[in-house]
Design a protein around this ligand. Sequence first.
Ligand code: PHE
Length: 338
Amino acid sequence: MREQLEKLKTDALEAITSACGIEALQDVRVKLLGRKGELTSLMKGLGALSAADRPVVGQLVNSVRDEIEAALRSALVTVREQAKLERLQSERIDVTLPGRFASCGSRHPVSLIIEEVCEIFAGLGFSVAEGPEIEHDWYNFEALNFPPEHPARDMQDTFFVDNDLLLRTHTSPVQIRTMLKQKPPLRIIAPGTVYRCDSDATHSPMFHQIEGLMVDTAVTFGDLKGILTVFTNQLFGQKTGVRLRPSFFPFTEPSAEVDIACVICGGKGCRVCKNSGWLEILGAGMVDPEVYRHVNYETENISGFAFGMGIERIAMLKYGINDMRLLFENDVRFLRQF
Ligand code: PHE
């Protein structure tokens, strides 16, 4: 029996050392110390021994059991340590890795110009108005004194939705919508998207304009020129030369086209200004009395001016962009520069 116990002990200790993992150790414990385990059955055999041998062997059994239990306990501790270490290794975070940059957007140059222009005119007492991009023929043409067969309708290559509806070709219909809602005195500017069937390096079928309208009791052409001079000086820098050339629009009389001294060459003449030294940036004029008639204004005591400018063209001049299509391609390498 003593030999049996010794063998059991050596086998047990070996099984414990070679067991890998918590489950394997659990199995070893059951196999040895469980109710039907090897040591347990040996202990059951104690009864068959003589009264003299029983305490001696009993003691031996106890010490073998204690040793096995101790070995199991320490093996369990080692295995748990090992498992924890492995988990820590596999879940390790390398804090020295560079982080991901949170990419930050930038404003689109068209938005920047709209914002800047609106701000300048806010300082001159103008408030912002808006109108729909899908517009009735009446607001876009008729009320602005373009009669049905007027050749000026061809000047603006219109996208029609149906007989009556169209994509507005300019922001001037906002003049009409504003005057129908409000009586003078009024000062508004109206930024927005407009559409014309035209597309090349300097024309896009969709682009932006800002309309201006001021109506009061004694507004003169001098006021128009004064306001536009203040505006161009603020937008392009002090002492930017401004000139007005006679022009024609059905809804203004007299009408003018407004040029600024070329921002590229300073007026000496270059490719951008086609050697003229001047760049056209907007159309303007005194509101035609025919327009007042369409919005039921008393024409006796009022006068006013209106102007309209293309935002893309101003953005191109101000930021030195040489192709309008860059503004709509949304290439982030281009947009990031603003
Ligand atoms: N609506 C005109 C255009 O698109 C510009 C303009 C606006 C001219 C107001 C005069 C007055 O060409």
